[in-house]
Design a protein around this ligand. Structure first.
Ligand code: NAD
Length: 346
């Protein structure tokens, strides 16, 4: 399959690596107004913008990895041309913008898969199956952490310091998307955010409380400016860019019959009498091997071939954008925000 990459920065390069490892795909073209380097390295046609790439007829599908603010218009152009796309997260910088794409995608036969790649991780699949089978009982409390330090040089790209970026839209959207995927829809949010450490227009740190549709409560703490080991990237070994720490869990999911430390999938339960004076038994839940980026690309190839529907649709991903927007509004107003106030656009 001939795949074009639109936006050849950090993530566009990552996708090019993943494509190179897949026997069923090849990088066929690159569009990026700022750099010809990736196209030159792979000796493929270069275009300065997505419109020229889509018009050239060199690709069967594209991966959109441009800065967040360009996602919706680029995906709309793909739909207009009938070219399937894998659209990086966040799919949009606001729910209203996301809804524009959802509406057009709904009426189109051309698929759009949103790049919430973590959903394709084997530990996510195993955790989801366990929760859906009721092995933890009724979900009650969920906790998550993503604390790490991004290099100061990462923020030389101006878009990463401005509205439309920030640790909530860039990173927290991954985690809350997984919370939604594993534990159910999020209906209300409270939050505090801070930009005190980096001093940018956008936040570097946030603490968020969520209420799930099923009544469970969740909390999440996130910062891109601290020296700490707790977060998906360090815990999962999903991406060799990040040093692996096998001892830390990034999510703890607790129910009336047991709990789960993720991604180790250490499942805790009581054998007989269930009370806190009783010893807890622990067993590791089995999971498949593989990384989420490779699994996502294999899935995308099947989507383009028409074998399967997108695992992460734009309508689904739009809800994750809405949760982030609700959290931002909650932080700005100091109150609790129902996610429906964001998604109810009328
Ligand atoms: N799935 C993940 O885990 C993950 C990880 C990192 C980034 N991302 C997402 O990938 C996207 C890109 O992030 P990044 O860190 O690679 O950014 P980046 O700044 O490193 O790269 C963006 C590239 O897009 C180019 N560009 C700018 N405007 C463009 C346009 N209109 N059309 C095409 N290309 C354009 C820039 O020249 C640059 O080369 C963001 O949406 C980000 O949220 C996802």
């Amino acid at each position: 399959m001939r795949i074009g990459v639109i936006g050849a920065g950090v993530m566009g390069r990552k996708h090019a690596e993943v494509i190179a490892r897949n026997p069923n795909a090849r990088l066929a073209a690159v569009a990026d107004p700022g750099s010809r380097a990736l196209a030159a390295e792979h000796a493929v046609p270069y275009f300065s913008g997505h419109a020229a790439l889509l018009a050239a007829g060199e690709v069967d599908a594209v991966i959109i990895a441009s800065p967040n603010a360009f996602h919706v218009d680029t995906a709309l152009a793909c739909l207009d041309r009938g070219i399937p796309s894998l659209l990086e997260k966040p799919m949009a910088t606001s729910y209203a913008e996301a809804a524009r794409l959802v509406q057009v995608a709904k009426a189109s036969a051309t698929p759009v898969l949103v790049g919430h790649h973590r959903r394709h991780h084997p530990a996510v699949k195993a955790a989801g199956d366990l929760i859906a089978a009721g092995e933890l009982g009724k979900l009650v409390a969920v906790n998550g952490t993503w604390l790490t330090k991004k290099a100061d040089s990462y923020f030389r790209e101006p878009w990463r310091k401005r509205q439309g970026a920030g640790v909530m839209l860039i990173n927290l959207v991954h985690d809350l998307d997984l919370f939604r995927h594993l534990c159910g829809n999020i209906v209300a949010v409270q939050a505090k955010v801070s930009n005190r450490t980096r001093g940018f227009e956008v936040e570097d740190t946030a603490a968020v409380i969520v209420e799930f549709e099923n009544g469970a409560l969740g909390s999440f703490i996130i910062s891109d400016t601290v020296v700490a080991p707790w977060g998906w990237d360090q815990a999962t070994e999903d991406d060799p860019t990040f040093p692996f720490n096998p001892t830390i869990s990034c999510y703890q999911i607790a129910g009336t019959r047991g709990s789960l430390a993720f991604p180790q999938l250490a499942r805790y339960h009581h054998e007989a009498l269930s009370d806190w004076t009783q010893p807890l038994s622990m067993a590791f839940v089995e999971k498949a091997t593989g990384d989420s980026y490779s699994n996502q690309l294999s899935h995308f190839i099947d989507v383009v071939r028409g074998v399967v529907e997108p695992y992460v649709t734009v309508a689904d991903a739009a809800q994750s954008v809405a949760v982030i927007e609700a959290a931002k509004l909650a932080a700005a107003t100091g109150g609790s925000v129902e996610v429906s106030t964001i998604t109810n656009l009328s």
